[in-house]
Design a binder for this molecule. Structure first.
Ligand code: HXC
Length: 257
C-alpha cells in the first residue's frame, strides 16, 4: 500500500512505521513524508493503537531531506510547494511517538527524531545537522528544537560546524532517552512503547500535550494549562478507576473514557 514505508500494527497496541528507502539511506523525499504522516494519522485514529514507533534500518534512521529532490528547488518552488509544511502534521499526532534510531540520523532525519516525543538509540547512532556543507541551514527544527534540547554551545557546534554526536554523547546532552545495542534497540523501543500504550489513554494524550506546551507558553501560562488539564481528567472514568484501583489494591482496567 505504501511505497517508501513499511507499516505494522502490533498486538502490543503499538503502531510501527519503518522508513524504507535503503537505496537512499532513508532520505526523506516528498513521498516518504506524505506516507509517514498518513500512516501516523491512520494509527492515531485507531483505538487498538496506543503508541507510535518510527524506525529506519540498522544503517540509517534517515540521512536527511532528499538532496537530489531539493537540488533544483527555487525560492518560488519552495514557497508555492511548501514542502516542509507536511512536517506540521506531526504536531497534531495525539498519541506518543517514539523514534528508534540506529545509524545515521542527519539533517531532516535528526529533525524528525527530535519532533518525536522520545528517542531510543542504538550504540551506532550518529546525530548531526550537516546542512552547512550544502550551503544551507536546517529547515525543520534543527536550529530551534536542537538548541532547546542540547543547549546553545553544542547546537552551535553541530549547526555551524557539522559536529556529529555519538549515541552516548546524545544521551549525555539529553537528546536521547536510552542507548542499547544494535541488536536490541528496536525491541527495547517497542517494549517501552507497549508499556506506554498500556496506560490510561486520555491521561497519556493530555500528558503529552502538556509537556509539549512547555515549548510554546510562558511558565505561568503552562502551569495554568496544566492545572486546567488536571481538572479535566476528573471527568474521566479512568480517573475514577485508577484511584479506586489504588485504594482497593488491584490493577486498574483502563477504558479510555
Ligand atoms: C539523497 C542520499 C542522501 C540524501 C544519502 N543518499 N544521503 N540521497 N539525499 N540526504 C544516497 C547517496 O546519494 C547514495 O546514493 C546512497 O544514498 C548511499 O550514500 P553514500 O553517500 O554512498 O553512503 P556513505 O558513504 O555510507 O555515506 C552516508 C552519508 C552520506 C554519510 C549519510 O550519504 C551523506 O553525507 N549524506 C548526506 C547527508 C546530509 O547532508 N543530510 C542533510 C540533507 S539536507 P547513490 O545512488 O548516489 O549511490 C536536510 C535539510 C532538511 O536534511 C530541511 C527540512 C526538511
Amino acid at each position: 500500500m505504501y511505497e517508501t514505508i513499511l507499516v505494522e500494527k502490533l498486538a502490543s497496541r503499538v503502531g510501527l512505521i519503518r522508513l524504507n528507502r535503503p537505496q537512499a539511506m532513508n532520505a526523506l523525499n516528498a513521498t516518504l513524508m506524505r506516507e509517514l504522516m498518513n500512516a501516523l494519522k491512520e494509527h492515531d485514529a485507531e483505538p487498538d493503537i496506543g503508541c507510535h514507533v518510527i524506525t529506519g534500518s540498522e544503517k540509517a534512521f534517515a540521512a536527511g531531506a532528499d538532496i537530489k529532490e531539493m537540488a533544483t528547488a527555487t525560492p518560488v518552488s519552495m514557497l508555492v510547494g511548501d514542502p516542509i509544511s507536511v512536517w506540521d502534521e506531526l504536531k497534531k499526532i495525539r498519541k506518543p511517538v517514539l523514534a528508534a534510531v540506529a545509524g545515521v540520523c542527519l539533517g531532516g532525519g535528526c529533525e524528525l527524531a527530535m519532533a518525536c516525543d522520545m528517542i531510543i538509540a542504538a550504540e551506532n547512532a550518529k546525530f548531526g545537522q550537516p546542512e552547512i556543507n550544502l550551503g544551507v541551514i536546517p529547515g525543520a527544527g534543527g536550529t530551534q528544537r536542537l538548541t532547546r534540547i542540547v543547549g546553545k554551545a553544542i547546537a552551535m557546534e553541530m549547526v555551524l560546524n557539522n559536529r556529529w554526536l555519538t549515541a552516548p554523547e546524545a544521551a549525555q546532552f539529553g537528546l536521547v532517552n536510552h542507548v542499547y545495542s544494535v541488536e536490541t534497540y528496536l525491541d527495547e523501543a517497542l517494549k517501552l512503547a507497549a508499556e506506554i500504550a498500556s496506560r490510561a489513554p486520555i491521561a497519556i494524550r493530555i500528558a503529552k500535550d502538556c509537556v509539549n506546551k512547555t515549548y510554546e507558553m510562558t511558565l505561568n501560562e503552562g502551569l495554568e494549562y496544566e492545572r486546567r488539564s488536571f481538572h479535566f481528567l476528573f471527568s474521566t472514568d479512568d480517573q475514577t478507576e485508577g484511584m479506586d484501583a489504588f485504594v482497593n489494591k488491584r490493577p486498574a482496567q483502563w477504558k479510555g473514557q
